[in-house]
Ligand binder design. Sequence first.
Ligand SMILES: [Zn+2]
Length: 467
Amino acid sequence: MELTFWGAARTVTGSGHFLKTYGRAIMLDCGLFQGSRQIARQMNTEFPIAPASVDAILLSHAHIDHSGNIPYFVNQGFKGAIYATPATTDLTRALLRDSGHIQEKDIEFLNRKLHAKGEQPLPPLYTLDDAERSLAQFRSVYYYRPFSVADGALQAEFLDAGHILGSAFTRMTINENGRQIRLLFSGDVGRKNMPILRDPDPTGEIDCLILESTYGNRRHQPYAGAETLLCESIGRVVGRGGKIVIPAFSMERTQEIVYALNNLWNAGKLPHVPFYVDSPLSVNITEIFRNHPECYDEEIKKVFLTDPDPFGFEGLIYVRDTQTSKSINKLREPCIIISASGMCEAGRILHHLANTISDARNAVFIVGFQAENTLGRRLVEKQPEVKILGDTYKVNAEIVVINSFSAHADSEELREFARQAAASGALKKIFVVHGEETAALALQQTLTADLPNIETVVPKRGETFQL
Ligand SMILES: [Zn+2]
């Protein structure tokens, strides 16, 4: 069996690796590389194997850095099945449509600039139509149901990764020349005791592990304090007559915040002011969350016994249309607005921030990771002035950072995950992927010290290993 690392090798986005056995090729994830436009274009359009020669894709979860290049791959001739859990299939459908739309808009903007310079226009990476077409190739498979891939070249099974709704570890068994190899691809590893989702499953006995390392060199705060901090901060800001804006990713973070607010509301701890979820994609994704109880943990199942809708409460209003969005923009009385995008780079959140940020009574709650050079990061850094939609605004609003909502295992949790994977004594090799180089190398060092008998490798893009 041959394993070639391609995307998310010594970087975090563009997850995608290739496995060859019995002359068949199987791709693990088909994610979008996100970065500067020119590099992204190159990274997203080059593959070590022609898409037409790939037999199947095994998709770990819906995040766009794991699924977002599927429409391009299909466009380039990939005709095989895309296996994913039912929740991942539904979430990916919503996200790929949204991504197709974004790709079209992005290229329009770029082409206007190229036209002004007298240069040739470029086609989008893919269109909404391409995204729609690729959806026909999805095959949903529930957790814990082994299935056969590429005419039996390998057997696979999805285990719960506890990272986002539907996220999976892909456990594969390959029988080659009388030898059996059990390989587990982690996708992204979740955390224990997070709301809504179950804890990550144990790997069982495996020979080889492909492990993510996003937070390979960092620790998170435990989730336990998040609801209290959220509650106290809302009380303080509303008490002084302020408005609260919460930038949140449409998928997972929005539902986690709504679920936490719902618990606080049920406990009678929230002020009676309007709460808004203002993003059409967030509204659609929340509907998908409601449709997949097979992914829920015991805690949310208990909430369901007394509350028919843990993603809604009296006072919470879901907003799809632009007109209502504009009207809440103008509100001056206390209210809470949850909107996308999560890093304040685009979308309705920009209008809400522009209307809120300069009044000292107001607050912005930062509940997710903010990458460098984003507006969200500038707010975390408490810069005195920021640019929003071309205008400069004084930042007088209070910035509240709540760190404990991360969906990724931190360095200690990844270490514990690797230790349990090694517990049976069968594990021989760990490939560390999906982390900035410093994070991946730091995790390699920790794992080598913890598990000296296991070879831990940080592969480079294009590196091939025989297993
Ligand atoms: Zn992810």
